[in-house]
Design a protein around this ligand. Sequence first.
Ligand code: ATP
Length: 234
Amino acid sequence: MSIRVDALTKIYGQQKAVDGISFEAGVGVLGFLGPNGAGKSTTMKMLTCFIPQTSGTASVCGFDISKDPLSVKRNIGYLPESNPLYTDMYVKESMAFVAGIHGLHNADRRIAEVIDQTGLGPEQHKKIGQLSKGYRQRVGLAQAILHDPQVLILDEPTSGLDPNQLIGIRQLITDLGKTKTIILSTHIMQEVEAVCGRVIIINKGTIVANDTLADLRSNNKGDSLEHIFIGLTN
Ligand SMILES: Nc1ncnc2c1ncn2[C@@H]1O[C@H](COP(=O)(O)OP(=O)(O)OP(=O)(O)O)[C@@H](O)[C@H]1O
């Protein structure tokens, strides 16, 4: 398993945002669902070593998030919810910048490959600030996969995309999920059905479901994912 999480907890001041969650994830796309404020982004930030946990442990590709954050970051690609980008940089320039951070060999070849993979070709000579929201998402995704990490953490990667762009990005995530471990946070149930093999539902910092999509449905009398979600989180 590329991701192992054991009793992971985060307390902000008085608030327990993540309350002792444990799970494992291997190759495939794991949907990470939950209502607003459930603790999804906080979990993702701990797994990517952006914030420290209060207690518990987690490892990515065998590397402990507290003891070896650099190795974790080498093996992980992260698209944060807010997708912070340098808007004054040109698309290709920003990719070269990220390639430099990762010390990539053959950077030009890899950048061309990823630009092609993410459908950024027609926009590659623009400044990021000139791009539409959907294309900015693509740049974020391109930067996250540039160093070809084994694990991808994608926090609402398709928010704000038009239906045509949605299909393209979902297909890309599906393709990447054939060989990589992907944790995908989304509020779009249709997306979960289209892309995810397994689903974790988190509510008020604790896991209330962890199952394959098929088993989750059959255990709930074939109910829709939306109804199951509402039943478990209300
Ligand atoms: N830096 C912070 N300081 C204090 N509280 C925080 C901080 N970040 C998050 N929280 C709180 O922790 C809880 C979990 O937030 P988190 O962003 O992880 O939820 P989420 O499941 O990603 O929600 P959403 O679907 O709205 O993005 C929320 O109650 C939030 O207000």
